[in-house]
Design a protein around this ligand. Structure first.
Ligand code: OSB
Ligand code: MG
Length: 378
């Protein structure tokens, strides 16, 4: 008699170790909402039946991209998320999200707990995380996100450098005063590259006439031109624009994705694991977009190797049909916190790891050295 499903071992989270690391970026990263020079990296290590699962809280240092920060997510995990999962038994990581669903918002905080359990579950089963979530790809096509620079010459030189490293598409950050003319000069210099822009909510619908000038430059898409929490105005803008709109900030769950698609607010969606609250939500958005013929790609949040490894797993799902923002460790860090570091081939792809779980080893010695705050929740 096959009663394997009855005797399947239950998962119990014995402890969560929270660590904050301070790590300087090799070069500053500037968006329409500000410049980052040093990251505060928040790592979560879960002990699940004695198996360590790792994840990263992808919140920023300030609430300028979305409402979460490293400090709010620490507090929410400590005061609300840990008490909700502590002592509970799960038959799979996919159930963890439901036990945190009563917490409103704070998706990046919730995602880290769920995602650490996914890593531990995959390790416990001896399989790669990307296979556990249903991934089908053995190589991930890569693009880069290039911040606002001090001069156009510096921007052109950076693009040149990334193209010769093999990256398949260039995304440049824009804001009022660094937009149409900048794009025109990039296009003039690189007529045939896959090019897109990301405004991080820097415009309003009343800027539509200005934004429409971008239609002359054959952009793959314009990412999040309008307010972070608005879907309807994006629909009104998309009706006037030829360039496809891609939503990032505005899509926090599958309901938002459905509304955006049905309103015609976007033609493409950027899925970020933290922003949407973890693998369960990310897969739901992925599946909906696949059904509706909307391509998705994996965004980034200047993650350390831990978050980067999760992004690689996510991007193996079949509807991740466009190059993402997941790029090599060496673009961000003097030294990453995982072994091996994430590398990109001269063809512009990341070869998906074959080891169990996230497939990259956390470098505990280095992690401990960079840690400025640590708390163990039991
Ligand atoms: O909007 O995609 C974004 C970084 C921080 C916050 C928001 C965004 C970004 C990026 C960088 O574009 C992507 C990366 O290289 O990790
Ligand atoms: Mg974005």
């Amino acid at each position: 008699m096959d009663c394997w499903h009855l005797s399947r071992p239950l998962m119990r989270i014995n402890s969560l170790t929270l660590r904050e690391l301070r790590v300087p970026l090799l070069s500053f990263f500037e968006t329409s909402f500000g410049r980052t020079t040093q990251r505060r990296i928040f790592l979560v290590e879960a002990d699940v039946n004695g198996v360590p699962g790792w994840a990263e809280v992808t919140a920023g240092e300030n609430p300028f991209y979305n409402p979460e920060t490293i400090d709010t997510s620490w507090l929410v995990i400590e005061q609300f998320a840990w008490p909700a999962v502590k002592g509970r038994e799960f038959s799979a990581a996919a159930e963890v999200a439901a036990s945190l669903a009563h917490i409103r918002g704070h998706r990046m905080a919730r995602a880290a707990i769920e995602n650490a359990c996914w890593d531990a579950e995959a390790k416990g089963k001896g399989i790669p995380l990307w296979k556990l979530i249903g991934g089908t790809r053995s190589a991930i096509p890569c693009g880069v996100s290039i911040g606002i620079q001090d001069t156009i010459e510096i921007l052109l030189a950076k693009i040149e450098e990334e193209l010769s490293a093999g990256y398949q598409r260039m995304k440049i950050k824009i804001k009022p005063g660094w937009d149409v003319q900048t794009v025109a000069l990039v296009r003039e210099r690189f007529p045939h590259i896959k090019l897109m822009v990301d405004a991080n909510a820097a415009y309003q619908l009343s800027d539509a006439e200005h934004i429409k000038r971008l239609d002359d430059y054959f952009l793959m898409m314009i990412e999040q031109p309008l307010a972070w929490d608005d879907i309807y105005d994006h629909a009104r803008l998309q009706k006037q624009l030829q360039t496809p709109i891609c939503l990032d900030e505005s899509i926090e769950n599958v309901g938002h994705a459905r509304a955006a698609i049905e309103l015609g607010a976007c033609q493409i969606i950027n899925i970020k694991l933290g922003r949407v609250g973890g693998f369960t939500s990310a897969r739901a958005i992925h599946d909906l977009c696949q059904e509706r013929g909307i391509p998705v790609w994996c965004g980034g949040m200047l993650e350390s190797g831990i978050g980067r490894a999760h992004n690689i797993a996510l991007a193996t799902l079949p509807n991740f049909r466009l190059p993402g923002d997941t790029s090599a460790s060496r673009r961000y860090w003097a030294e990453d916190v995982i072994d091996p570091e994430v590398e990109v081939t001269p063809q512009g792809v990341i070869l998906v790891p074959i080891g169990p779980g996230i497939g990259f080893q956390p470098r505990l010695d280095r992690i401990e050295k960079l840690t400025v705050r640590k708390e163990v929740l039991r």
